[in-house]
Ligand binder design. Structure first.
Ligand SMILES: *Cc1c(COP(=O)(O)O)cnc(C)c1O
Length: 513
C-alpha cells in the first residue's frame, strides 16, 4: 500500500464537507421564502474580491467561509419557487445530492475507460429518455453542457449528412467548393441555433421563415421557401419558443423536408419535456420523426447546471458530426464500448448521467408528467388572473409554461409595461424578465420550477396587478426621456416591500424638477 501523502487527510474532508453541508442546507431551505433577487451591494461584492493575488496559502475552511460570506448576499435565488425569469429551472433535492456525489467522485465521463460507471448510467438514461420522448429505439444520444452544445452536435450531424448526400465528405473536405446548402429556420428560433449554424460555417446560408403572432412558423411561407432543385437542406424548428412557448408544425415540416431528402433539427430546450405529459405532449406530435433534437436537463427536468442532451435518428451522421477524429490512441477499444465524447462537442466533462438518472429514478413517468402539468396549469392560472384585469393583455395562448403579458395605460403602453416590469423586479419577492415581442416590450413569466405552487404565482401576480393599477392611477404623462431611466436615476435601491406608489412619486418628483 502507498504511504498516505502528508496533505491527504480524510478527517479534513469530513470536517470541510460538514461545514459546506450546513451552509448549503441553510441556503436551500431558505429558498422557499427568500426574495427571488437580492438587493445586493455591488460595491461590497467587488471590494470583497478586490485584492492582489495572495502570496500565501489559506486553510480550506477559511476559504469556504470567506467565499460564503462574500457571495451569499449577492446570490440570485433563481432556484427558488418565486423565480419566473428567463427559462430557469430549480434543482430537485435528489439531484443536488447526486450532484454532490458526482463532484466528490470527480469522474471524467469522456471515455468508457475513464468511467465505466458514468458510461453505463449514461446508456441507461439515454434508453429511458428515448422511451419517454417516444423516439425510435435506434436513436443515439449525447450528453452536453446544455442546449447550445446539443444544437451544435445535432446540426453538425445535419451538415455531415446533407453534404454526404452529394458525395461531399465535409469532415475531409471542409466547406470551400462544397455544393451550396440551404438552411431554413423559423424566425423564432433560439439564438443558440443561429450561433451553432455560424460555428458550422452555415450562418450565411440561413433563410428565416416568418412566424405568426403566436411565434409559430408559417407553413405557407415555409412551402414557398423550399428549394426547387435538390440541394443540401437543413430545416430548424422550435418545439417550445422562449417567449410564447410556441411549437412549430413539426410533423408537416418533417414530411415536406424529407420529401426533398433534407434534415429537420428541433430545438426543444424546455418544450421537449412536455412529451412527458399526455395532455401537453400532444402539442408536439411529429417531433419524434425529426432527424435531430436538442434539449436541456437544467430547465424543466430541474437538475443543477449544467446539463443538456442531443438525440439523433442517424447514428452514422451523429458520430461523423461529433466524434473525436484521429485520437485513436485515446480509444483503443472503441466500437466495443460507447465513448460519451463521440456524441457531443466536449471531451473531458463531468458525469452528468448520475444526476439525470437520479432525477428520472426519483420522479418516474408519473412524477415527471405531474411536474410538467403543474407548471403549465400554473401558467394558465397566471394568465386567467392577469387577463381578467382591464389593461392587462396576455399576448400568447399559454399552451405550455410561458406567459407573455403587456400592460396598458393608454398613454404610453411601452413605458407603462417597462415600469410594471421594473417595479416587480425591484420590489419582489417574485421575479420575471422583460422581453421584446414583435417590437413591443412585454413581461414574460416562465413557470419551470419543481417547487413552485399556486401561492408563489399568486404573490407575483398580486404584485404585478398592484403595480399596474397604481401606475395607471398615477396617470403617467409621456415624457421625452425614458421614464424608466428617470425612475432608476431618481430612486435609491429600494428596501423590501417598497410600494409601487412611492416609485411613481419619485418619478413625478423627478419630472417636475
Ligand atoms: C435556454 C434555451 C436554449 C439554450 O440552452 P442552454 O442550456 O442555455 O445552452 C436554447 N433554446 C431554447 C428554446 C432555450 O430556452
Amino acid at each position: 500500500m502507498l504511504p498516505a501523502p502528508a496533505q491527504w487527510n480524510s478527517g479534513r474532508y469530513d470536517h470541510l464537507l460538514t461545514l459546506v453541508r450546513s451552509h448549503a442546507a441553510r441556503y436551500l431551505e431558505g429558498l422557499a421564502w427568500a426574495e427571488a433577487t437580492p438587493r445586493y451591494d455591488e460595491e461590497a461584492l467587488r471590494t470583497a474580491f478586490d485584492s492582489p493575488f495572495p502570496e500565501h496559502s489559506c486553510a480550506p475552511e477559511d476559504v469556504v467561509e470567506e467565499l460564503v460570506a462574500a457571495v451569499t448576499p449577492a446570490l440570485v435565488n433563481s432556484a427558488g419557487p418565486h423565480y419566473f425569469g428567463f427559462v430557469v429551472g430549480g434543482a430537485l433535492p435528489v439531484t443536488v445530492a447526486a450532484e454532490w456525489l458526482t463532484t466528490a467522485w470527480d469522474q471524467c465521463s469522456a471515455l468508457y475507460a475513464l468511467s465505466p460507471a458514468a458510461a453505463v448510467v449514461e446508456d441507461a438514461c439515454a434508453a429511458w429518455l428515448v422511451d419517454l420522448f417516444g423516439l425510435p429505439p435506434r436513436t443515439t444520444t449525447g450528453f452536453t453542457s446544455g442546449c447550445q452544445s446539443a444544437n451544435l452536435s445535432g446540426l453538425a450531424a445535419a451538415r455531415y449528412r446533407q453534404f454526404a448526400r452529394f458525395g461531399w465528405n465535409v469532415n475531409d473536405r471542409g466547406l470551400v467548393g462544397a455544393p451550396e446548402p440551404l438552411v431554413l429556420m423559423s424566425s423564432n428560433c433560439h439564438a443558440t441555433v443561429r450561433r451553432a449554424l455560424r460555428w458550422l460555417g452555415l450562418g450565411g446560408q440561413v433563410v428565416e421563415i416568418e412566424c405568426n403572432d403566436q411565434g409559430v412558423m408559417d407553413l405557407e411561407a415555409f412551402r414557398r421557401a423550399l428549394p426547387d432543385s435538390d440541394t443540401p437542406l437543413i430545416v430548424c424548428v422550435q418545439a417550445g419558443a422562449t417567449d410564447t412557448g410556441a411549437v412549430d408544425p413539426v410533423g408537416t415540416v418533417v414530411d415536406l423536408t424529407h420529401q426533398r431528402g433534407g434534415w429537420v433539427h428541433v430545438d426543444g430546450a424546455f418544450g421537449l419535456w412536455a412529451l412527458a405529459s399526455e395532455r401537453y405532449g400532444a402539442l408536439l406530435r411529429g417531433v419524434e420523426r425529426a432527424d435531430s433534437l436538442a434539449t436541456d436537463g437544467h430547465k424543466w427536468l430541474n437538475v443543477p447546471y449544467d446539463c443538456g442532451m442531443v438525440f439523433c435518428a442517424d447514428e452514422e451522421a451523429h458520430l461523423a458530426g461529433s466524434e473525436l477524429h484521429e485520437a485513436h490512441y485515446l480509444m483503443p477499444d472503441r466500437h466495443e464500448r460507447r465513448d460519451s465524447s463521440d456524441w457531443s462537442p466536449e471531451l473531458s466533462k463531468r458525469a452528468r448521467s448520475f444526476v439525470v438518472w437520479a432525477a428520472l429514478r426519483h420522479l418516474g413517468r408519473r412524477g415527471l408528467a405531474e411536474l410538467v402539468e403543474r407548471c403549465c396549469d400554473l401558467a394558465r392560472h397566471a394568465r386567467d388572473r392577469l387577463g381578467a384585469h382591464e389593461g392587462v393583455l396576455v399576448l400568447n395562448d399559454v399552451l405550455l409554461n410561458q406567459v407573455l403579458v403587456r400592460f396598458q395605460n393608454n398613454l404610453d403602453d411601452e413605458a407603462h409595461t417597462e415600469l410594471v416590469i421594473s417595479t416587480l423586479q425591484r420590489t419582489g419577492p417574485g421575479w420575471a424578465s422583460g422581453t421584446t415581442w414583435r417590437g413591443q416590450r412585454a413581461l414574460r413569466l416562465s413557470v419551470s420550477n419543481w417547487a413552485t405552487r399556486q401561492s408563489h404565482v399568486d404573490v407575483c401576480v398580486d404584485l404585478l396587478l398592484k403595480a399596474h393599477h397604481d401606475l395607471r392611477a398615477a396617470a403617467l404623462v409621456p415624457h421625452p426621456a425614458s421614464p424608466v431611466e428617470l425612475l432608476v436615476q431618481a430612486t435609491p435601491a429600494p428596501t423590501a416591500g417598497t410600494d409601487p406608489a412611492e416609485l411613481v412619486q419619485a418619478e413625478v418628483i423627478q419630472r417636475s424638477a
